[in-house]
Write a protein that binds this ligand. Structure first.
Ligand SMILES: Nc1ncnc2c1ncn2[C@@H]1O[C@H](COP(=O)(O)OP(=O)(O)O)[C@@H](O)[C@H]1O
Ligand SMILES: [Mg+2]
Length: 311
């Protein structure tokens, strides 16, 4: 598995005021982004996501640690050229039109005028902004500016796309559209690292996740494996179910639905639960594993207090 980006033992502390104490924003964070993956950097506000991405982009210098892009030093200009970045708050000269702005950036990155023009038309179409491409951006909504930011990040056909909270501040429809664009880029083979504090966004778009809390990794890996591995089991009873069951382990809980009586129990306590059921005279129709939602996974790892209410 070729790593497009690898981050090793990043440490960063900020001084909260001049001469004041330093507060640790990153405390030894390490992770890799394999080629062709869509990786979510997930964590509550203040977890260190923006600091991490800025260290990767060379906008913040870490106190210690190493960033490698495409197997080379992260500071190498040649490596940086192959990365597109959408910052948390993209800033543009609002008296330009998107087409002019993108043309300017395209020329800066060494594109010829005619290849810039066709690439820009393609991208404006991709982000759904072709109809507004020749209006000045001073009247654009946050969502429209965010789409232009995405087009700008994609301009030089980056091999790695880094996005800091790409859908923050967007309305629900804008969020859906951003997710669709990112999903289609991901399935088209662009390697993406995106930060988010929104569980549903990560769950929908990403195939891998790095969960961070207070500047440290809490969990990371393939999303489906993490959620499956830590999931509970469900036991469905054949009818007629016994009236009472004794000796069930502590994690077991009952639910009843159209499919009959259903017991949910942790993976570790499954065999104890099955023994108790059989000894109580139940016959078992089915045992299946239940995938956790990312929210359940997160709450189990960090607790409810680690999270703020999702937008
Ligand atoms: N320029 C800065 N000066 C001082 N503290 C900062 C600065 N940038 C970030 N921090 C602090 O570092 C921590 C991590 O911030 P950040 O990386 O922005 O987190 P996130 O993007 O996950 O919300 C927070 O406690 C934040 O207040
Ligand atoms: Mg941030």
């Amino acid at each position: 598995m070729e790593a497009v980006l690898s981050v090793e033992e990043l440490h960063k502390a900020y001084r909260t005021r001049l001469g004041g104490p330093r507060r640790q924003a990153l405390s030894g964070l390490s992770f890799t982004v394999p080629r062709n993956s869509v990786v979510g950097l997930l964590g509550p506000n203040g977890a260190g996501k923006t600091t991490t991405l800025k260290c990767v982009m060379g906008l913040v210098r870490p106190d210690a640690g190493k960033v490698s892009l495409f197997g080379r030093d992260g500071d190498a200009v040649e490596a940086r050229r192959r990365v597109g970045f959408l910052p948390e708050q993209p800033y543009f000269d609002l008296y330009l039109t998107p087409r002019k702005l993108l043309h300017y950036y395209g020329r800066l990155s060494g594109m010829g005028a005619s290849s810039a023009r066709s690439r820009i038309s393609y991208l404006l179409n991709l982000v759904g902004m072709e109809d507004d491409a020749d209006l000045t951006m001073d009247k654009f909504s946050k969502g429209m500016l965010q789409r232009i930011g995405l087009a700008q990040a994609l301009l030089a056909e980056p091999e790695l796309l880094i996005l800091d909270e790409p859908s923050s501040g967007l309305d629900p429809l804008g969020k859906l559209e951003m997710r669709d664009v990112l999903k289609s880029l991901g399935t088209g083979g662009t390697t993406i690292l995106l930060s988010s504090h929104q569980l549903s966004e990560i769950e929908e778009i990403c195939d891998r996740v790095i969960i961070i809390h207070r500047g440290r990794e809490v969990a990371s890996g393939r999303l489906d494996e993490l959620l499956e591995e830590k999931g509970d089991c469900e036991v469905l009873l054949a009818e007629p179910a016994p009236g009472a069951t004794s000796g069930l382990p502590s994690s077991a809980s009952w639910a009843e639905d159209s499919g009959g009586k259903r017991l949910t129990v942790s993976r570790e306590e499954l065999s104890a639960a099955l023994t108790a059921l059989i000894e109580s005279g139940a016959s078992i129709a089915e045992v299946r594993s239940r995938r956790l939602s990312l929210e359940e996974f997160f709450v189990r790892r960090i607790g409810k207090t680690g999270w703020e209410v999702e937008e």
